[in-house]
Design a protein around this ligand. Structure first.
Ligand code: NAP
Length: 326
């Protein structure tokens, strides 16, 4: 269900709130949560906060050893042991299917799915299906995962799906004529932007389809946070964009950026906030519903192409067709 502009959902949290602050007083015992990419970056911080609130957690990770390390760390820091790792490579549909099969074999409802994993601005590579890797990982893998987990989500009381989008959505709509850069020059930023638009559109259409079943799906911009996401960016490019300054010590957080605990706050808010119950199809940032960006504004808000319901429906159909042909 979408909200009208005059019913914007807000909270007492803000830009600097942390994921742990968001779960203070929240009881997630008995609620099953999957976090993709939960072993590092924002996924790790979200998982730590959700563990603190007592959720039964499954981290979908590429690297099982890294996942085990994350589970141990979270267990030691929170005392919470109801947390496990399952291997998941979103760029490999067989891996997604194995993850889903293992989940469904547990025969339990899925209360929250946080589609967090992602890659950004990598050189052009293609998956075995010939798909551009950012689109395959960030969107199609999560689309396949979400669709296959729907029975489990719809068996849960008030299920939620959280899609990690980004302010990078403004770099590109979904270019339906050439999603996989087969007829246009590859541009790593347009490719990333296209996927982050796709993440928001998927949440929008999922909500359109299943709000009637009690499911709430929202998209999140976490803020700017230095994480492993920038692994493909040369230092000079990050300096040119103002993300780091020459001579900055490792770990310096530049003005306008957040730390990882703050960066995970909006995902955790989207996954747990009572005030969001039944309010889906939104784009959230800084633990509030975002507004449309005023003309010329690039730092906050969203641009219209992520609110385009026709594009959201089309993307759903196109994604289904791609999976069917893979
Ligand atoms: N950081 C920011 O400033 C920012 C801003 C806007 C949006 N976001 C979004 O926030 C999300 C989390 O990003 P982050 O900053 O936490 O980045 P990160 O530290 O690089 O974490 C990304 C996670 O995704 C996993 N991943 C990558 N490819 C995968 C695949 N094929 N299958 C399964 N997992 C895969 C990574 O696993 P490995 O360790 O195996 O690589 C890692 O755990 C992303 O969707 C990103 O687009 C981040």
């Amino acid at each position: 269900m979408s909200t009208e502009p005059n019913t914007r959902i807000t909270s007492r949290f803000h830009r600097m709130s942390t994921a742990l602050e968001v779960v203070e007083g929240v009881d997630l015992r008995g609620r099953h949560v999957i976090v993709t990419g939960g072993a590092s970056g924002l996924g790790f911080e979200a998982s730590r906060a959700l563990a603190k609130a007592g959720a039964s957690l499954t981290l979908g990770v590429r690297n099982a050893a890294q996942g085990d390390e994350a589970v141990n760390r979270i267990g030691e820091e929170t005392g919470h042991r109801d947390i496990r790792v399952a291997t998941l490579d979103l760029a490999d549909l067989a891996s997604v299917q194995r993850f889903v099969d293992a989940w469904l074999a547990r025969n339990q409802p899925l209360h929250v799915l946080i589609n967090n994993a992602g890659i950004m601005a990598c050189p052009l590579t293609r998956t075995a299906a010939g798909w551009e890797s950012q689109f395959a990982t960030n969107h199609l893998g999560h689309f396949a995962l979400t669709r296959a987990l729907l029975p489990s989500l719809l068996a849960a009381d008030a299920p939620r799906v959280v899609a990690l989008s980004s302010s990078g959505h403004r770099l590109s709509p979904v270019v339906f004529d050439d999603i996989h850069f087969e007829r246009r020059d590859y541009n790593k930023w347009k490719a990333y932007g296209q996927t982050k638009t796709a993440n928001a559109l998927m949440a929008l259409h999922l909500d359109t389809l299943h709000a009637k079943d009690g499911l709430t799906a929202n998209a999140v911009h976490p803020g700017g946070i230095h994480t492993g996401l920038s692994r493909f960016l040369p230092r000079e490019e990050m300096e040119a964009m103002g993300w780091i300054k020459p001579g900055d010590a490792p770990g310096t957080i530049p003005p306008g950026f957040k730390n990882a605990e703050q960066g995970a706050a909006t995902s955790v808010w989207a996954a747990t906030a009572p005030e969001l119950q039944g309010h889906g199809g939104l784009y959230l940032e800084d633990c509030n519903e975002a507004i449309a960006s005023p003309e010329g504004e690039r730092r906050f808000g969203y641009v219209p192409h992520i609110r385009d319901r026709a594009a959201a429906e089309r993307l759903w159909a196109v994604s289904e067709a791609m999976l069917a042909q893979a």
